[in-house]
Design a protein around this ligand. Structure first.
Ligand code: XIL
Length: 615
C-alpha cells in the first residue's frame, strides 16, 4: 500500500470510527444509555478522586452545574481561592465566590482541592507594588494562610500551598514577589504556616512542565526531597499536565511518580488539558482520547497517584480559549472531556473505559475504538482546505496567509539583507506560536515573511526571545539546541514526497550569526546544495534574521508565477539555558512531532503572488 493511499485510508477509517463513537457502538457496548455509568460512579468505585477545575461564574448555566455534579467527585476552585481573589485589598478578605463554590461542593458531596495559597501570578497590586520588609512580608503571608486555611479547616482536605515557584530552566526559584520580600525560604514558610493552620490538610507543591523527567522536574524533586529530609511539612506534588496532543512522555511520568512516591509523597494530576494547533481537524480528538486514557492509566497504575483533575469541565469555558492568554492562540481548541454543548467527547469515553477496567467492570470501548485512539498523529491531520486568496488590508502586497498551511509571497520585491525591516513594509506577516515543545508560560514566538524578485527568494524572521542563547554549540551540527530559525523549501514539484531528495532543502540560520561577519553560519539537511545569504541582528526583545536563496541553483529552478507553489516550512528553536533547546515552534500544522527534517510531506505551501507595488 502506498503511503498516500494508506494515509487517506486511515483518515476514512478514523472518520468512520468517530461517527461510531458518537453514536451506536458506545451505547451498544454499554448496557443501555440510561444505565451507562458516569465518571463519578466509576471513580467512586475505584476509591479515586476524579475532579475538574470549577468556578461559580458558570453556575448560571444549568448544564454546567449538572455535568459538574454528576461526573466529578472532586473540584478545584479555578480562581476563587487565589490570593488576588481572596485579599484584593490589604487586610480585606472576600470569600463570597469561594464560599459559593464550597457550598456547592458540600451540597453535592464533592471533595475540594484547595488551589492555591502562593503563586507568582494573581498577586494583588497592593502586594506587588508594595514595599515590605522581610518580617512584614512574613506576617502578611502568615496572616493570609492562617485566615484562608483556617476558615475552611476540616472542609478542605488538601491544598496546593505553593504553585509554580521553580524557574522554567530548573536552575532554581523563579523571580516572584514573595521571594523578593522574604527570600528563598518563602516556599517552606508557606508550608509551615499552612500546616499550623490545619495540621490535617495534605499540603502540595504544584507545577507545570514537571510531569516527566527533565531539568525542571529534577529541580522540583530536589526541593521536595530536601523538605522531606528537613521535616518541612509537605505531603505531595501536583503535576499540572497542560499537555499538547501526542506529546505525553508516559514512561517519564511513571518514573517521576515513582521517585516522588518513594520520598513518601503523594502525586496528583492536577490540571489536565490537551491542546493542539489551530486548524487541526476534529479527528485529532481521537488521539486526545488516547492521551487522556494513557495518562489516567499511568496514574491509576502508580500506587502514589491519588487524584486526576481536568482544568475545566467543558471546552467552551477552558482557559485555553481565553484570548488574553497570549501564549496560545486557538479559540476553537477542545482540550477537555465535554465539548461546548456538554456532549461527551472521545476523551470522556476513554476515561470511562479505563476507570471501568480498573474497577474490574466490563470495558466500555472495543479494541477497534482503542486502536483509533492510538493511531499515529499524521493520520489525524488531514489537508487544510485553503480559502480563496483575499486581502484584509488593501495596502498589503499579497493575500492573507493561511495559518499553518499557506503563505502568499509577493513578487517582484527586492530585499536588502541588512537587518532592517523597512523594505518588508506591507508584506504579510505570519505568526508562529505553536509547536511540539512549548513551555507553558512561553514568551518566545516569531513572525515571518517571504518575498521574491527575479533572482532570489527572501525570508524574514522577527523573533521575540527574552534570553538569547547562541554560540554554545557547534553551529554546523548542534545549532538546533540553540536559538535558531529554519526555513524549508521543497522545489521538486511533488509536495507529497516523504523523504529528502535533491531540491528539498532545510535552511537553518542560528542566532550565532548575530555579530558574525564573513560567510554566514548555515546548517540543515541539503543546505550546502544551495547558496544561502543571511544576516542576523539583535533587537530590543529578540532578534531578526534576513536570508535569501537563489531561484536558480544546481538543484532547482523556481519561476515565480501567481499561484505557483513550492513546499514550505518554518521552525523556531528557542533555548533558555546553555544545555539544550526548550522551545520548538512549527508553522505548518502537518508537522506535529518535529519531523520536517525527515519528511517534506509535512510542509505547508509557499504560493507566489505578483504584485504591482507602487514605486
Ligand atoms: C488559570 C485560570 O484557569 C484562568 O482562568 C486565570 O485567568 C489564570 O489562571 N496553572 C495554574 C492555574 O496553576 O491556576 C492556572 O489557572 C492555569 C495554569
Amino acid at each position: 500500500m502506498s503511503k498516500m493511499y494508506y494515509r487517506s485510508y486511515a483518515i476514512l477509517v478514523l472518520a468512520a470510527l468517530v461517527t461510531l463513537l458518537g453514536g451506536t457502538v458506545v451505547t451498544a457496548n454499554s448496557p443501555s444509555q440510561a444505565a451507562a455509568p458516569t465518571i463519578r460512579e466509576l471513580a467512586d468505585k475505584n476509591h479515586f478522586h476524579f475532579g475538574a477545575a470549577a468556578s461559580p461564574t458558570h453556575f448560571g448555566d444549568p448544564k454546567y452545574v449538572e455535568t459538574l455534579k454528576t461526573e466529578f467527585n472532586m473540584l478545584t476552585p479555578e480562581n476563587e481561592a487565589k490570593f488576588c481573589s481572596i485579599q484584593p485589598a490589604q487586610g480585606q478578605f472576600d470569600f463570597r465566590s469561594f464560599d459559593r463554590l464550597m457550598d456547592f461542593a458540600q451540597a453535592n458531596q464533592m471533595v475540594v482541592r484547595g488551589h492555591n495559597l502562593v503563586w507568582h501570578q494573581c498577586v494583588p497590586s497592593w502586594l506587588a507594588k508594595g514595599e515590605f520588609s522581610r518580617d512584614e512580608a512574613i506576617k502578611l503571608l502568615r496572616d493570609h494562610i492562617y485566615t484562608v486555611v483556617g476558615r475552611y479547616k476540616g472542609r478542605i482536605p488538601m491544598w496546593d500551598v505553593v504553585n509554580e515557584a521553580i524557574d522554567d530552566s530548573g536552575s532554581g526559584l523563579r523571580d516572584a514577589p514573595w521571594r523578593q520580600f522574604i527570600g528563598d525560604d518563602y516556599v517552606e514558610l508557606a508550608f509551615k504556616f499552612a500546616h499550623e493552620a490545619d495540621p490535617d490538610a495534605l499540603l502540595f507543591y504544584n507545577d507545570y512542565s514537571t510531569e516527566g523527567m527533565n531539568a525542571k522536574s529534577n529541580a522540583v524533586y530536589a526541593m521536595v526531597k530536601d523538605f522531606v529530609a528537613r521535616g518541612v511539612p509537605i505531603n505531595g506534588v501536583g503535576l499540572q499536565s497542560h499537555f499538547t496532543v501526542g506529546q505525553i512522555d508516559l514512561a517519564g511520568i511513571a518514573q517521576n511518580m515513582k521517585r516522588l512516591g518513594e520520598l513518601g509523597l503523594q502525586v496528583q494530576i492536577t490540571e489536565m488539558d490537551d491542546r493542539y494547533p489551530p486548524n487541526t481537524p476534529d479527528s485529532i480528538l481521537q488521539q486526545q482520547a488516547g492521551d487522556y486514557r494513557a495518562l489516567l492509566d499511568t496514574c491509576l497504575n502508580s500506587k502514589y497517584c491519588t487524584a486526576f483533575v481536568t482544568w475545566g469541565v467543558n471546552d467552551l469555558y477552558s482557559w485555553l480559549r481565553d484570548s488574553n492568554l497570549g501564549f496560545y492562540e486557538n479559540h476553537t481548541v477542545k482540550p477537555l472531556l465535554f465539548d461546548d454543548e456538554y456532549q461527551k467527547k472521545p476523551a470522556y469515553f476513554a476515561v470511562l473505559d479505563i476507570l471501568a477496567r480498573h474497577a474490574g467492570d466490563a470495558p466500555i470501548l472495543t479494541d477497534e475504538q482503542l486502536a483509533a485512539m492510538n493511531a499515529p498523529i499524521e493520520a489525524a491531520v488531514a489537508e487544510v482546505k485553503l480559502p480563496s486568496p483575499r486581502k484584509s488590508d488593501s495596502k498589503q502586497l499579497a493575500p492573507d496567509p493561511v495559518a499553518g498551511a499557506a503563505y502568499y509571497a509577493p513578487f517582484p520585491i527586492t530585499i536588502t539583507l541588512d537587518g532592517k525591516t523597512n523594505d518588508w513594509a506591507d508584506i504579510p506577516r505570519m505568526t508562529v506560536d505553536n509547536g511540539p515543545m512549548v513551555p507553558a508560560n512561553n514568551t518566545t514566538g516569531m513572525q515571518f515573511a517571504v518575498a521574491a524578485d527575479a533572482k532570489n527568494i527572501y525570508f524574514l524572521a522577527e523573533v521575540k526571545d527574552g534570553t538569547l542563547i547562541s554560540g554554545k554549540h557547534d553551529a554546523a551540527t548542534e545549532w538546533y539546541k540553540e536559538d535558531s530559525v529554519e526555513f524549508y523549501i521543497n522545489a521538486t514539484g511533488n509536495l507529497q514526497i516523504s523523504t529528502y531528495k535533491p531540491g528539498v532543502v532545510q535552511i537553518a540560520i542560528p542566532a550565532a550569526n548575530i555579530g558574525h561577519s564573513g560567510t554566514p553560519l548555515i546548517a540543515g539537511t541539503n543546505s550546502d546544495t544551495v547558496v544561502v545569504q543571511a544576516v542576523a541582528v539583535k533587537t530590543d526583545d529578540g532578534y531578526i534574521v534576513e536570508a535569501s536563496v537563489p531561484l536558480v541553483t544546481d538543484v532547482w529552478k523556481i519561476v515565480p508565477l501567481t499561484l505557483g507553489t513550492v513546499g514550505f516550512q518554518v521552525h523556531l528553536n528557542g533555548a533558555s539555558t546553555d544545555s539544550d533547546r526548550d522551545t520548538k515552534l512549527i508553522w505548518s500544522v502537518y508537522d506535529t512531532k518535529d519531523e520536517s527534517y525527515l519528511n517534506p510531506s509535512l510542509f505547508g505551501k509557499l504560493i507566489f503572488w505578483k504584485t504591482n507595488k507602487p514605486k
